[in-house]
Design a protein around this ligand. Structure first.
Ligand code: ADP
Ligand code: ASP
Ligand code: MG
Length: 504
């Protein structure tokens, strides 16, 4: 019988220092006794931030601060080599490899310093270095404990488009590379340790998949390798009913559908990069989230269909820092815009957001005064507003500017579940809970698929609001699998038809 293949992805905290890496190596060794294992790793915790800081400092002309960062990064990685690798020759080989990579980053920073220009292409080459430094450390830790392993750069495996900072994989090319390069390693019973976060164009120009993108790398690679399961190892017990940093008694969701997990990730559950589910959904590959620091915990299983006895509300997701943009449908003179005007404005607004690379989390339109609301989940909101104002006033100089206003200190809080409109008065309960705590609901939007209900609220009220919803919707009580079935939505109603193949 063909051996099962498991892809194990370890995030930054899981490989945060030498003892964490040693723990990870043990987990891999245990798993490799049962199945073939391919590993995907992030950079050591904090390293990507430091690299991005170095790139920005180089652009600003602060050469000494850049060198200081590289000296510290060298020390941090050398420390791990010293602790984990015992043979002097192997230590030296590894150290010189890592220093070679750091020198490569140093050269990119030097050219940025000289030109005072940081292009998205150079930023990708610098910020992706952390994963390339980490993979050889994990492979070496495996070899130390007797597991045959080799580090592999995903720049040779994941072929992407050239959208720097948020590249998308070219599926067929990626599959061909993985089959040609990774499968032979697996056949030798060796464990490939691949870099998360990065890829390269067909011409070999380095790209990154976006911050937190190693989860996405794991499912891209898992799908390209026809894995039987992808396991995301992180610092939490699984996918929880809310971010445990916001709600102390958030509980682990034992099992959840692709659709709801994707929805939670999209609306801010950071444990999964928002695009993680896309590749595996198309192939029905199950995904699990487990805790590197509590490996006895079963974690969360993410599968194509909803567990039969699931409750209507799965969990809460939050984007703490967002911008709300309102484009008024009325002209400056108070004349109401036509339907055509509104569509044009919407198209322009979305185009402005796309041009700037801002992520639009929500769009809504008030039917009465034809205002359009948009929630942008990144610090780029103000730039979108600026561009939009310019475009709209150039478009219709006689109207001067359309009324574009924004509030940048809002949060987006989303209830995720299924059949929310019909299920046990969930919507009314959510509103009541927020009102009772005097939370100022600036806007609320119900997702078209009826599996999300979002609230735009002031950032300062986020903690109170999320706790109130968690309490009211009884999410802290029991694991979902042990709760009674919802009274309104019966089992047939709560199962998605086929959990359609596309994530969005
Ligand atoms: P990694 O470094 O392993 O990729 P991340 O920091 O990217 O880990 O994601 C894990 C963090 O996600 C957790 O520490 C937790 O604070 C946060 N998080 C937010 N929402 C959720 C949720 N619903 N369930 C679990 N973790 C969540
Ligand atoms: N190291 C990258 C980041 O910090 C990717 C990841 O951790 O998933 O964004
Ligand atoms: Mg992450």
């Amino acid at each position: 019988m063909k051996k099962q293949l498991q892809v194990m992805k370890f995030g930054g905290t899981s490989v945060g220092n030498a003892s964490c890496i040693a723990r990870v190596a043990e987990l891999i060794r245990t798993a490799s006794r049962e199945s073939s294992v391919a590993v995907v790793v992030s950079a050591m915790s904090g390293v990507t931030n430091k690299l991005i800081e170095a790139a920005n400092l180089a652009q600003a002309g602060n050469e000494s601060a850049v060198s200081e960062i590289f000296v510290r990064l060298a020390k941090q990685h050398d420390e791990v080599v010293k602790t984990l690798v015992h043979s002097a020759a192997e230590r030296e080989r590894l150290r010189s490899k890592l220093h070679g990579l750091l020198a490569e980053g140093g050269r990119f920073c030097q050219s940025t310093f000289l030109s005072r220009q940081l292009t998205p292409r150079t930023l990708d080459a610098i910020s992706g270095l952390g994963e390339r430094l980490c993979a050889p450390l994990v492979a070496a830790a495996l070899v130390e404990i007797g597991v045959c392993s080799e580090a592999m750069d995903a720049t040779e495996l994941i072929v992407t488009d050239s959208n720097h900072g948020g590249a998308e994989p070219r599926v067929d090319l990626t599959r061909a590379r993985c089959q040609a390069r990774v499968v032979p390693v697996l056949r030798k019973n060796s464990v490939p340790v691949m870099t998360g976060f990065i890829g390269a164009t067909e011409e070999g120009v380095f790209t990154t998949l976006g911050r937190g993108g190693s989860d996405y790398s794991a499912t891209i690679l898992g799908t390209a390798l026809d894995a039987d399961e992808v396991v995301i190892w992180s610092d939490v017990h699984g996918l929880l009913t809310a971010d445990p940093k916001l709600v102390a008694d958030a509980s682990t969701i034992p099992e959840v559908s692709y659709r709801e997990a994707a929805e939670l990730a999209y609306f801010g559950a950071k444990v999964l990069h928002p695009k993680t589910l896309r590749p595996v959904m198309q192939r029905g590959i199950p995904l699990r989230i487990r805790n590197t620091f509590a490996a006895d915990e079963p974690g969360t299983r993410i599968t194509p269909s909803v567990p039969l006895n699931a409750q209507p509300v799965t969990g809460l997701a939050a984007v703490q820092s967002a911008t709300l943009i309102t484009v008024s449908g009325n002209t400056k003179n108070g004349v109401q815009g036509t339907r055509q005007d509104i569509s044009n404005t919407l198209a322009r607004t979305l185009a402005a957001a796309t041009a700037i690379g801002a992520e639009v989390l929500l769009i809504s339109q008030s039917s009465s005064d034809k205002d359009i609301f948009l929630v942008i989940g990144s610090p780029l909101g103000e730039r979108v507003v600026e561009m939009l104002r310019q475009q709209l006033s150039a478009d219709r100089p006689q109207e001067k500017t359309k009324n574009v206003v924004f509030t940048s200190s809002v949060s987006l809080l989303t209830v995720v579940g299924r059949n929310l409109r019909t299920a046990s008065g969930t919507v009314a309960r959510a509103f009541a809970a927020l009102t009772q705590e005097n939370v100022n609901i600036i806007a609320s939007v119900q997702g078209s698929s009826d599996c999300s209900l979002s609230f735009v609220i002031p950032q300062t009220e986020m903690t109170i609001a999320v706790a109130a919803l968690h309490r009211e919707l009884e999410l802290e009580r029991l694991p979902l699998s042990k709760r009674p079935v919802a009274s309104v939505a019966g089992p047939s109603a709560i199962r998605y038809e086929s959990e359609e193949a596309t994530a969005d």
